[in-house]
Design a protein around this ligand. Structure first.
Ligand code: DC
Length: 231
């Protein structure tokens, strides 16, 4: 099979990470979670007490930061991780999976110059194809020429419930109502920001997986990939 570039975009809780990782496994491709890069940078900004409105400082931080994504180790995968994430050489795989970091990531992702730095990294990481990358702007900005673009959607309450279950599995106590508010807030910011907002690329296939599980969604994407391969 020729090495396609597969872009999967969608809002929080749409199942992007699980589907993208499964598709990559089925095709023997590299899986890359672009959101993990925004999260890692957000974690660093929080640790250094850099205000999320301080654009020049955040842009400088992005330029000075080295973020690496690697396939997950067995123990990290068991803990739900799909990539191992390294921030300036230190592993932050699990540390970036908090709601605080998610909100901070969504806020710094509104800054165009920060995005430029991370997008260049993502393009370098995915060069040559044979890659499934997921995020918000992969089909529109990072890989506008991707052979297959998927836009994943699911009903907001289903997305919130999925996120809530993930927290439960990790033993984190958070009310479902709180997760619903959090997801709504982040969705709105991600969809309405001026730079590279979350939108479906004109040539992306819209997949609503409200009533589908990960395996079914992944199989559908793999089927579409095999069709693209023949074109
Ligand atoms: O995919 P995620 O929920 O881990 O992403 C965290 C935040 O990062 C998300 O709310 C918006 C931002 N993000 C982005 O702006 N562009 C991407 N390609 C990926 C993530």
């Amino acid at each position: 099979m020729p090495d396609l570039t597969i872009a999967i975009d969608g809002p929080a809780g749409s199942g992007k990470s699980s589907v993208a990782r499964r598709v990559a496994q089925m095709l023997g491709y590299l899986y890359l979670d672009s959101g993990a890069m925004y999260r890692a940078l957000a974690l660093k900004a929080l640790h250094q007490n850099i205000g999320l409105e301080d654009e020049p400082a955040l842009v400088e931080l992005a330029k000075q930061t080295h973020i690496e994504l690697k396939p997950p180790t067995t123990d990290k995968e068991r803990a739900g991780a799909k990539n191992c994430v390294f921030l300036d050489g230190l592993e932050v795989t699990l540390a970036i999976r908090t709601e605080e970091v998610a909100q901070a990531a969504s806020r710094l992702a509104t800054i165009g110059a920060v995005r430029e730095v991370l997008v260049a990294e993502q393009q370098r990481a995915g060069v040559g194809g044979g890659v499934v990358m997921e995020g918000r702007d992969i089909g529109t900005v990072v890989f506008p020429n991707a052979e297959l673009k998927i836009f994943l959607e699911a009903a907001p309450e289903v997305r919130a419930e999925r996120r809530w279950k993930e927290h439960q599995e990790k033993g984190e106590r958070i009310a479902l109502d709180e997760v619903i508010v959090e997801i709504r807030e982040r969705d709105l910011r991600d969809r309405e920001r001026k730079v590279s907002p979350l939108v479906r690329a004109a040539d992306a296939v819209l997949v609503d997986n409200t009533a589908m599980d990960i395996e079914e969604t992944a199989r559908l994407v793999v089927m579409l990939a095999r069709e693209r391969e023949k074109q």
